[in-house]
Design a protein around this ligand. Structure first.
Ligand code: 13P
Length: 261
């Protein structure tokens, strides 16, 4: 059975003071939700708040994560952050988010380099894949997510692959308020993402890898995703910035885990 994982991707939001305030508002309730180990909860603030957030969740079952990372461990790479800096602070790192692909030139090749560097330095990657609106409308969803999965997992051994979390985030659903349907997201994840992973690593490994859904997840629509067999949690943007909303989504993941147990 796969443990559901709910991650909050704060994107470029919250000052230091606001980050402290948000974690203070989340911490007690999320700790209670994550305490039995039925669900994992990850907070991914901007780099600058990461030390503070990591400190605030220390000693709780909550995890901190980064939103990006460079693949080299040190050197003349102005503005970049190394895996060896992150692994002192956090357990997870989001890689290949569509906003990084769209605005910052991230490619399947650079995502693969980052995945390998993360794994080499004991960080768990959350690898994002998903088609944009034009690709969706052209019927290219399967080809796009399959290519992205193959690219991100290129040359990875089975054990490493099994430790990765994949997030299916259709670009047209991100920040638009137009979430995918539960059944639609489940089909892409089950058939195309797990299907591709099964071709690469076999059915058992594909069944072990966790795949989240992301894109306009809210407390209102979350049940639609968490009642699907192939969806193992959520990568939450906007709703992760509102304490009550993120708590409600985490609670729904816990209820999913308890139903499955
Ligand atoms: P929203 O939940 O704001 O649509 O963002 C989803 C996302 O991109 C999370 O990584």
């Amino acid at each position: 059975m796969r443990t559901p994982i709910v991650a909050g991707n704060w994107k470029m939001n919250k000052t230091l003071a606001e980050a402290r305030e948000l974690v203070a508002a989340l911490r007690a309730e999320l700790t209670r939700i994550a305490a039995e180990g039925t669900v994992q909860i990850v907070l991914c603030p901007p780099f600058i708040s990461l030390p503070q957030v990591a400190e605030m969740v220390k000693g709780t079952p909550l995890h901190a994560g980064a939103q990006n990372m460079f693949w080299e461990v040190k050197g003349a790479y102005t503005g970049e952050i190394a895996p060896t800096m992150l692994n002192e602070l956090c357990d997870y790192v989001i890689l290949g988010h569509s906003e990084r692909r769209q605005y910052f030139g991230e490619t399947d090749e650079t995502v693969n380099k980052k995945v390998k560097a993360a794994l080499a330095h004991h960080l768990k990657p959350i690898v994002c894949v998903g088609e944009n609106l034009a690709q969706n409308e052209a019927g290219q969803t399967q080809a796009v997510v399959s290519t992205q999965v193959r690219g991100a997992f290129k040359d990875l051994a089975r054990d490493d692959a099994a430790s990765i979390v994949v997030a299916y985030e259709p670009v047209w659903a991100i920040g638009t308020g137009k979430a995918a349907s539960g059944a639609g997201a489940n089909a892409v994840i089950g058939l195309h993402i797990r299907g591709t992973l099964a071709e690469l690593y076999g059915e058992a490994t594909a069944q072990a890898i966790r795949v989240q859904y992301g894109g306009s997840v809210t407390p209102k629509n979350v049940a639609e995703f968490f009642t699907q067999p192939d969806i193992d949690g959520a990568l939450v943007g906007g709703a992760s910035l509102v304490a009550a909303d993120f708590i409600a989504i985490a609670q729904a993941a816990r209820e999913r885990a308890l139903r499955a147990a």
